[in-house]
Design a protein around this ligand. Structure first.
Ligand SMILES: C[S@@+](CC[C@H](N)C(=O)[O-])C[C@H]1O[C@@H](n2cnc3c(N)ncnc32)[C@H](O)[C@@H]1O
Length: 259
């Protein structure tokens, strides 16, 4: 069962996501105001690794977007790991000094405590729900005590997601031509409370990462001026009320500090 999901996700990325720009088309189309906002999400990602050095594992590295490349530069050695061969070929071109390795994080081919830090961005919720705990436990296993596992995850209870779901259904009913295309990619995030289970071996904390996904932005925000206002308000909220932002934003960062 689990293999079916993994095979499907691998096929999506090998044949469409990384081979024919599917990821860019489906998940990275934003209004211009998103770009400066996104600089803040990159900064928040890098801040999670402050004072980390040594060996880094990037799980589901994909095409190594800028945040991943910048993070890799901070470490003496980086392993880019993915189930998609096409992703790894792109990653190898983008970061010549990194090592690439094909495989699934559900059965990570690394000895215990190999890495000083592990990063998985937009990966775990594409793993079969029944295997997500195993995948996270594997990341914890391969990080050294005192090291860090950082995960960009999705909040299924985000009101922004609910709102987009309602608008999307209405559009499909009354104006199907303007409804935003759905990806069809496997996506199954657990509620944020699910992460407490890793307190048995880690200090678990959460920070806001990104207020909205591209599908939801295209569904809910019909004009550039509205996008500018939306992102300005998001910036203020995440600076002044970060705990509230974790609950509302679509994407939190989960930091697991291995004891
Ligand atoms: C949404 S992309 C994220 C790419 C990149 N990390 C980013 O933030 O843009 C998900 C990536 O995770 C990979 N992936 C999915 N399941 C995986 C697994 N079980 N083990 C390793 N990589 C996996 C996919 O092949 C794909 O390249």
């Amino acid at each position: 069962m689990s293999n079916t999901t993994e095979e499907y996700v691998r096929q999506f990325y090998d044949e469409h996501g990384w081979a024919r720009g599917g990821e860019d088309e489906l998940f990275r189309q934003f209004r211009p105001a998103y770009k400066p906002y996104h600089e803040g999400t990159i900064a928040r990602t890098l801040a999670c690794f402050e004072s980390c050095a040594g060996r880094l594992l990037i799980v589901g590295c994909g095409d190594m977007p800028r945040s991943h490349v910048e993070l890799g530069e901070q470490f003496a050695a980086t392993v880019c790991f993915d189930i998609s061969r096409v992703a790894l070929d792109i990653a190898a071109q983008r970061v010549s000094k990194a090592k690439t390795q094909l495989g699934s994080i559900c059965e990570a081919p690394f000895p215990d405590a190999t890495f000083d830090a592990v990063f998985a961005s937009h990966v775990i919720y594409h793993i079969d729900a029944s295997l997500q705990e195993q995948a996270v436990r594997e990341m914890i296993r391969v990080v050294k005590p005192g090291g860090r596992v950082v995960v960009v995850y999705s909040n299924p209870k985000s009101p922004i997601r609910y709102a987009a779901g309602i608008v999307h259904r209405l559009r499909k009913l009354f104006a199907p031509k303007v409804a935003v295309k759905e990806s069809g990619l496997y996506f199954s995030p657990y509620p944020l409370g699910w992460w407490k289970r890793f307190s048995d071996s880690c200090d678990v904390s959460m920070k806001p990462w990104d207020v909205i996904g591209s599908y939801e932005e295209r569904t809910l925000i019909p004009a550039d001026w509205l996008a500018s206002l939306f992102y300005a308000m998001a910036r203020v909220t995440e600076r002044t009320l970060p705990k509230l932002a974790v609950r509302i934003w679509q994407y939190p960062i989960i930091v697991l500090g291995r004891r």
